[in-house]
Design a protein around this ligand. Sequence first.
Ligand code: LMR
Length: 394
Amino acid sequence: MFQNVEPTPLDPIIRLISIFKADKRDNKIDMGVGVFRDSDGNTPIMAAVKQAEQQLHNQQTTKTYVGLSGDESFNQQITRMVFGDGENRRIRAVQAPGGCGALRVLSEMLAKVSPDSKVWLTDPTWGNHYPIFHGSRFETATYPYLNRTTKAVAVDDLLDSLSRRGPKDIVVFHGCCHNPSGAELQPEHWNEIAKLAAKTGFFPFFDLAYQGFGDSLEQDVYSIRTVAQEVESLVVASSCSKNFGLYRDRVGCAMIMGETSESADSACAQLLSTARSSYSMPPDHGAAIVGMILGDQQLRKIWEQQLSDMRARILGLRNQMSNKLRARTGHNRWDFIADHRGMFSLLVLNDEQVNRLRDDYAIYVVAGGRINIAGLRDEEEMDRFIDAFIDVTE
Ligand code: LMR
């Protein structure tokens, strides 16, 4: 069976995790995989998660199946967190195994209902978007996103490209904290995009992996709420890996907004049949915790405060890095680092520069030069990164 199977390369981010682990140097710095770290270099279990886990442990009396769509309280809470407290009659939500699982079941559902559509991804985008949509047999193409010189969004080119899309186009957006670039669309740009979507009829597909890591839980979904007001239907894949720190528990949600309540039901039924034929039912533990936290005033307050502290750490590191680079190099070429949002910035480095950072300085960044700024523990690591970065780039 397997004698003639060709080896297949691992996803670069996943490969980087194992190369980093195998590196014996004790001064190594991991700025690769998108995982939040505190100033001690740890990825803590959030306080509200610990408390909810304890409550769950005390209260839970069974491990029997929950059902195909998972924890209903979780689904409703996430719907409100993403779309707001208003009328959500046309929205259906299904718990999924992580944001990635949500992307995949939504992609499979769309492939069933519109197999001839083409999927448009930002240039650049998260590497795993390609295999996810190709896995559902979609053809993919890219639309302009990052201006690689200024490291800001190439807004005019992006809008121009979207104005040429139509009903057979599925356009994938990053709801906030663009991965890998860190460059953000501003509210006025989302207003334009929403109008374009309504005018041209393209189908918006939001990947929302970092709600709360950008500016605030509310501001980070301005994108989705604005587009949802203008279009008849869209989908959202959201993740609780980062904002609840539940990475390994695989907590995500696939949301469908239909033209009517009935069409939302039909699309949801297609999605559930996809789920049934792959993982069947989603894992319960993490979603039960998120449902508890969001439904309990006190736990929610503790969670929101810690999330806001995490966001402040990232923004502080961004300001520090851009100030230091300006002071050291004498020019403002790196000011964009402070303007970016989320954990990542794409510094646009070639393979040789990325390899030199790793081989000469034990600093790991993703190919292309994506840094996870939260990977820097303290000022000493920041200074080491800056020395190394200046050495490989100047
Ligand atoms: C990342 O982009 O580093 C994270 O989303 C982790 C992953 O699965 O790639």
